[in-house]
Design a protein around this ligand. Structure first.
Ligand code: ZN
Length: 134
């Protein structure tokens, strides 16, 4: 089974905590033990697991990515729609994460949260698919 929800983003580059939205889907599903795959359905956004308590971690991640992969650094794809940096970062980070389900809930460490990484925003709709395997 797969459920899709939408997230709107407000900045060009942004980390958004989606942990609770995914947790709610898992809890309502009735799946007690299994796997939860979370996948963003776009080529210029990514999913990552990291600390969500200090929002500066997300800012630092975006800064580090910018240093490694600067905007408009002669990328060939910029000739098409000017967002090559977003495609490259999305490919490196990856579109999905797979999380164990235990006792009907996501099995995450204390400091782990699920983050949607916007790399070419703002966008009114970023679709996220949650697939559960029991
Ligand atoms: Zn593009």
């Amino acid at each position: 089974m797969a459920e899709i929800f939408s997230v709107s983003t407000s900045q060009a580059k942004q980390c958004i905590d989606i942990t609770e939205r995914v947790r709610e889907i898992v809890r309502k599903s009735g799946v007690k033990s299994g796997l939860c795959q979370v996948m963003v359905l776009h080529a210029t956004a990514a999913i990552a697991i990291n600390e969500n308590d200090d929002p500066n971690i997300g800012v630092d991640l975006l800064t580090a990515l910018d240093r490694a992969i600067p905007d408009h650094a002669g990328w060939l794809h910029d000739r098409i729609d000017n967002n090559a940096q977003a495609h490259i970062k999305a490919a490196i980070l990856g579109p999905s994460e797979l999380i164990p389900i235990a006792d009907g809930d996501l099995l995450l460490g204390t400091w782990q949260g699920l983050m949607l990484i916007e790399l070419d925003g703002p966008r009114s709709t970023r679709r996220v698919a949650v697939s559960l395997i029991s």
